[in-house]
Design a protein around this ligand. Structure first.
Ligand SMILES: *[C@@H]1O[C@H](CO)[C@@H](O)[C@H](O)[C@H]1NC(C)=O
Ligand SMILES: *[C@@H]1O[C@H](CO)[C@@H](O)[C@H](O)[C@H]1NC(C)=O
Ligand SMILES: *[C@@H]1O[C@H](CO)[C@@H](O)[C@H](O)[C@H]1NC(C)=O
Ligand SMILES: *[C@@H]1O[C@H](CO)[C@@H](O)[C@H](O)[C@H]1NC(C)=O
Ligand SMILES: *[C@@H]1O[C@H](CO)[C@@H](O)[C@H](O)[C@H]1NC(C)=O
Ligand SMILES: *[C@@H]1O[C@H](CO)[C@@H](O)[C@H](O)[C@H]1NC(C)=O
Ligand SMILES: *[C@@H]1O[C@H](CO)[C@@H](O)[C@H](O)[C@H]1NC(C)=O
Ligand SMILES: *[C@@H]1O[C@H](CO)[C@@H](O)[C@H](O)[C@H]1NC(C)=O
Ligand SMILES: *[C@@H]1O[C@H](CO)[C@@H](O)[C@H](O)[C@H]1NC(C)=O
Ligand SMILES: [Cu+2]
Length: 371
């Protein structure tokens, strides 16, 4: 079955070659990605309806588990998890994922808008009251009850087939909002990342506090390293991170259209930038191969120690694990460092591309700006 699936994916991919060199001339009219809080009521409803449409369309790629196109997106994140987190390709791969999500909403759900993002510093420390959680013009609010199921909003009745983690089970979309943890999304932490001079230090910074604040502030499925795209808020969160990366790139063009590096082997970050230290890597007991962290999750979590980061959530145990092998063959790099030639795959949802193809959001393959 697995071979069949891979064969199918390969057949789809072989029909469309990577775009290769990007060219700004091919991006004459940029689409404008906007912050959710600036959208009109109709724009919000159009996006929410498009996402609901994705949840109603049948799965197409033959993977084990997904019933719908929405589940299928989640599944390809599950597939990719160990090669796209705590590595140099973290930002590039998620950029391509958000592009793919937008593309499929447009082509299969007749969505005519652009991909919105969540301007998270507006809500940092107070996710509970975010307008994104509006039950009518938003994604619904916090979870409740024994399984922390969301209680209202357009996705209340969705039965998600993927997750938690790598499992395949039917479950509700769940959340456990933590306002204290959401304070990691604060602008001051973003500023710290924006001040970094190199991608080598900028990406761990972004993947740290700004990234962790969104996932940890919402909690539940959003906190799961594998299955977090089971909460539609995931896409608004990662569009926001993509905005931050582009904002940083745009401060020094064209230099930062080339600035890519990082390990292909998941690495431990050390203390999260923007917190007050004492957060060595990630929690866990070393039982998940391929991830950093050695189980030294400090009492109270990161920051000032009083939030309880990732409280009660399913954030998986992570460990150093054995080194990944065959990196060259798998990733298209000459070694274990991420380069412009690094292959980004959507497992058949879209053609394979390289990091070079997504470095410029106005480079041809991608053609948008953030306002
Ligand atoms: C796409 O990339 C994946 C992972 O690098 C690889 O397994 C697959 O063979 C590639 N597909 C094509 C058509 O190159
Ligand atoms: C999209 O629009 C086309 C043409 O009007 C229509 O046939 C199709 O059913 C629509 N798709 C969805 C998912 O609404
Ligand atoms: C959170 O936001 C709500 C609504 O804007 C406001 O009433 C409340 O005071 C805020 N809470 C904090 C702790 O900032
Ligand atoms: C710790 O930080 C959180 C969020 O920034 C804040 O709400 C809380 O008051 C702080 N606690 C202390 C003791 O400083
Ligand atoms: C950034 O990278 C460049 C080139 O690799 C190097 O010359 C410079 O020292 C780096 N700056 C910092 C702050 O790391
Ligand atoms: C990358 O490979 C070099 C040489 O094989 C090795 O010394 C280094 O530790 C590796 N780095 C990572 C992060 O795996
Ligand atoms: C875990 O890692 C941190 C830093 O990465 C280190 O300071 C600490 O001593 C390690 N703890 C154990 C028990 O290995
Ligand atoms: C690590 O944690 C997982 C999940 O909490 C548990 O199932 C496993 O037994 C633990 N392993 C060790 C070696 O403690
Ligand atoms: C971090 O620690 C420094 C010095 O101990 C303190 O001045 C600062 O307020 C702390 N910041 C946070 C966010 O807790
Ligand atoms: Cu991810």
């Amino acid at each position: 079955m697995k071979l069949l699936i891979l064969g199918l994916a390969a057949a789809i991919l072989s029909q469309a070659a990577p775009t290769g060199v990007s060219t700004r001339a091919a991006c004459a009219t940029k689409s404008q990605r906007k912050a959710w809080h600036t959208l009109t009521r109709d724009e919000k409803l159009a996006y929410l309806n498009a996402e609901k449409c994705l949840m109603s369309l049948p799965a197409e790629l033959g993977f084990e588990g997904p019933r719908t196109r929405f589940d299928e997106f989640q599944k390809l994140h599950v597939f990719a998890t160990s090669t796209v987190h705590f590595v140099g390709a973290f930002l590039p791969w998620h950029r391509y994922l958000i592009h793919t999500h937008e593309h499929v909403l447009k082509t299969e759900c007749n969505y005519t808008g652009t991909h919105p993002y969540w301007d998270e510093p507006l809500d940092a420390g107070n996710f509970t009251h975010s307008i994104l959680l509006d039950p009518e013009t938003g994604f619904g609010g916090d979870g409740a009850g024994p399984n922390n199921c969301i209680q209202n909003g357009p996705f209340k009745h969705y039965v998600n087939a993927i997750g938690p983690g790598q499992s395949i089970t039917d479950h509700c979309i769940d959340r456990q909002i933590n306002d204290c943890t959401s304070a990691m999304a604060a602008q001051t932490n973003v500023d710290q990342c924006m001040a970094m001079q190199n991608f080598s230090t900028m990406w761990p910074c972004l993947e740290g506090a700004p990234h962790g604040g969104g996932h940890g502030g919402i909690g539940g499925e959003m906190l799961n390293l594998w299955s977090s795209p089971g909460d539609p808020l995931f896409y608004l969160h990662h569009a926001y991170l993509d905005k931050l990366w582009w904002q940083w790139q745009a401060m020094d063009l064209p230099l930062r259209l080339q600035d890519i590096t990082g390990s292909n082997q998941p690495v431990s970050f050390g203390p999260f930038p923007g917190t007050n230290g004492s957060f060595p890597g990630f929690p866990g007991n070393g039982s998940i191969p391929g991830f950093p962290g050695n189980g030294t999750f400090p009492p109270g979590g990161p920051g000032n120690g009083s939030c309880g980061m990732f409280p009660g959530g399913p954030f998986p145990p992570v460990g150093t694990g054995p080194p990944r092998t065959n990196l060259v063959k798998r990733d298209g790099d000459p070694g274990n460092v991420t380069t412009l030639g690094h292959v980004l795959t959507m497992f058949g949802m879209m053609p394979n591309v390289t990091v070079a193809d997504v470095m410029d959001v106005q480079g041809g393959l991608l053609c948008y700006e953030y306002i």
